[in-house]
Design a protein around this ligand. Structure first.
Ligand SMILES: CCCCCCCCCCCCCC(=O)SCCNC(=O)CCNC(=O)[C@H](O)C(C)(C)COP(=O)(O)OP(=O)(O)OC[C@H]1O[C@@H](n2cnc3c(N)ncnc32)[C@H](O)[C@@H]1OP(=O)(O)O
Length: 134
């Protein structure tokens, strides 16, 4: 087992339950999907009443990374694009889902969607992840 896996002081901003200012995301896996949910509070806004896009990108990134991590694939984000489709209101429950699109040589091509409570798309991301030794 890797040192990182055993590290109980892991302080990932997005997923560690120990990070006092972290997002404390929790993940579930269903078939080929990794899923998390998040409700932005007033401290997470950019424009008044709207979740900050950088934070939304962080969550999309994390849910893609966790898809790989849950399969014991340690990989870092090498490139990522986010399309912000609709604003995310503060207090709305977001569902974020990721999946693998392709594995080309050393690159894992991933995609993720952030969905609003009515099922409409708030944001879509694509990313390339590259394996790293941990
Ligand atoms: C206890 C609980 C623990 C929980 C843990 C939770 C874990 C999850 C946490 C999740 C946290 C959230 C996630 C985060 O926040 S991850 C943090 C953000 N990401 C990083 O910090 C990554 C920084 N970058 C690097 O470290 C390196 O550049 C990497 C590792 C990515 C590659 O450096 P490496 O030295 O390995 O490779 P290379 O540069 O020799 O290139 C090799 C080949 O690849 C090609 N290439 C490179 N880039 C790209 C690209 N973008 N598109 C297409 N191709 C690309 C390149 O041309 C070359 O091709 P060729 O010339 O061979 O043909």
């Amino acid at each position: 087992m890797s040192k990182l896996l055993k590290d109980s002081n892991h302080m990932c901003f997005a997923c560690s339950p120990k990070n006092p200012i972290g997002l404390k995301l929790v993940f579930e896996h269903e078939g080929d999907i990794c899923r998390a949910s998040f409700i932005a509070g007033p401290e997470h806004q950019g424009w008044n009443g709207v979740m900050h896009g950088g934070l939304l990108t962080t969550i999309l990134d994390e849910v893609m990374a966790q898809w790989l991590w849950s399969r014991e694939l340690s990989a870092m984000t090498a490139e990522m694009t986010t399309r912000f489709v609709n604003p995310v209101p503060i207090g709305a429950k977001l569902t974020i889902e990721s999946r693998l699109v392709a594995n080309k040589r050393r690159l894992f091509l991933m995609e993720a969607d952030a969905l609003l409570p009515d099922g409409s798309v708030a944001a879509k991301a694509t990313a390339k992840f590259m394996p790293v030794k941990v």
